[in-house]
Design a protein around this ligand. Structure first.
Ligand code: TGC
Ligand code: FAD
Length: 390
């Protein structure tokens, strides 16, 4: 049986173009071939499959929504969402690798970089020759990035960067880091820091029970001399990293539903095959209720994501709309992973089935790119006009 059936209860496929369907099917096949057979072992051994970086580049998973002239896909935001959905159906950690590269590294270089920076970095990042990471979070500033203390000083012919970032996806293997730091006036700017610059190190974070196939690390800057041409000139202030997060959070909304689909499909198949009391467990009303509710929640999230994609394409998506979609999708996926795990009985705790891995991964997804509660507060601020963060 096809492991990758996609529930499409409201015939959303009718709204997709031929290009959307082609891209989805290409990435779905890729995930089936290159990720699914190995992912449980990678996760068990906390192994980051670096060879996937090149392969993601080859299938156009890095920056598919950015212009072709820089080696990117030139596709729309629905295509970008579908790609994230299919990769995260395979694994959230693999999607992290792709979405950090596309939305958090390539996007700021494209959006806030000058032409030389675009030409220098984007084609190599798009092809997977280079891997990038995004440094915003610090040990003492997670939900509140505006409090960051990483800073740089103008030394005349270069900047001197000091500080540390924590919880950075891709960091241990990254060739390039887009780092957010304050200048002497306390204004946030983006700097491109390259591996090999003296005083720059990327120690790996060990002992994660979640996103085990994704490499996470710190970024440590000890008097790093950053060439002046590595400052992103196009935008400063917290709004610059926040714009990158808008794009990445959108991808997560699609991605989390990919993980939910994988759990739902596994539960549907298992309950049809597994017999107890002389019949398939799918014939019991309680199991049917769970399946019906899963499909309802997946369908609602698909509709939200699709409409948000249209708003992105029209340049009209707001941060609060993105928060609603990310928050809803991750909560939906976590609930479905937990229910699906139970529906597999004891088998559900083994590597034979994907739910435990998805469930553990989703505990990171519900925390990064703004925690579940921060997204609720972003919505609260939008509704009332009163920010409750501070
Ligand atoms: P606040 O006062 O609201 O805003 C400060 C300035 O930023 C502007 N701004 C935006 N501009 C454009 N687009 C957006 N989406 C913007 N959001 C804010 C805002 O207009 C203002 O500009 P100005 O000119 O007036 O100064 O900021 P705040 O300090 O109160 O913080 C608000 C809050 C809490 C919502 C925000 O900081 C937040 O979202 N916190 C969560 C942090 C977060 O999401 N971190 C993610 C780190 S990266 C990551 O997790 C990657 S995981 C990747 C993976 O592996 O997949
Ligand atoms: P805290 O901010 O300390 O929050 C702890 C708890 O307090 C949360 O429940 C939160 O919701 C709550 N809280 C905080 N403030 C408020 C408030 N005002 N009101 C109510 N509740 C509040 N960051 C990057 O920059 N780049 C990356 O690539 C990256 N990758 C990551 C990969 C992984 C696996 C993980 C786990 C994290 C990653 N992050 C990354 C960091 C991530 O964005 C942060 O973990 C997240 O923003 C939360 O920050 P924190 O962990 O410091 O938690």
């Amino acid at each position: 049986q096809d492991l990758f059936e996609h529930p499409d209860f409201y015939l959303l496929d009718d709204l997709l173009s031929e290009e959307h369907k082609m891209v989805r099917s290409a990435v779905r096949d890729f995930v089936k071939r290159e990720i699914s057979p190995y992912i449980e072992s990678w996760a068990e051994h906390a192994y980051f499959p670096y060879e996937m970086v090149k392969k993601f580049g080859e299938i156009g998973a890095f920056g598919p929504q950015l212009p072709e002239k820089y080696g990117c896909g030139g596709m729309d935001y629905i295509a970008y969402g579908l790609i994230m959905q299919e990769i995260e159906r395979g694994d959230s950690g693999m999607r992290s690798t792709a979405s950090v590269q596309g939305s958090l590294v390539m996007y700021p270089i494209y959006k806030f970089g000058n032409e030389e920076q675009r030409q220098k970095y984007l084609p190599k990042l798009a092809s997977g020759e280079w891997l990038g990471c995004f440094g915003l979070t610090e040990p003492d500033h997670g939900s509140n990035p505006s409090g960051m203390t990483t800073h740089f000083k103008d030394m005349g012919d270069h900047y001197l960067l000091n500080g540390a970032k924590m919880w950075i996806s891709n960091a241990p293997h990254a060739d390039v880091a887009v780092v957010w730091a304050k200048n002497e006036e306390g204004r946030i700017h983006g700097l491109i820091v390259e591996r090999g610059m003296e005083g720059f190190s990327t120690p790996e974070t060990h002992g994660k029970w979640s996103l085990r196939a994704s490499a996470t690390g710190e970024l440590v800057f000890d008097n790093v001399k950053v060439p002046k041409e590595n400052l992103l000139p196009g935008k400063s202030g917290l709004g610059a990293p926040m714009m990158c997060l808008d794009s990445a959070r959108y991808g997560i909304a699609w991605g989390a539903i990919g993980a939910a689909m994988d759990c739902y499909e596994s539960a549907r198949r298992y309950t049809l095959e597994r017999e107890q009391f002389g019949k398939p467990i799918a014939s019991f009303q309680l199991q049917q209720k769970k399946l019906a509710e899963m499909l309802t929640e997946i369908t609602k999230a698909q509709l939200l994501n699709y409409r948000l994609g249209q708003l992105f394409n029209e340049g009209k998506a707001t941060t609060a709309q993105i928060s609603m979609a990310k928050r809803n999708a991750v909560e939906t996926a976590l609930n479905i992973a937990r229910e699906a795990r139970q529906m597999h009985g004891g088998m559900g705790i083994t590597q034979e089935y994907p739910m435990m891995r998805h469930m553990a991964n989703l505990e990171s997804v519900v925390t990064y790119e703004g925690t579940h509660d921060i997204h609720l507060l972003i919505l609260g601020a939008d509704i009332t006009g009163i920010p409750a963060f501070k």
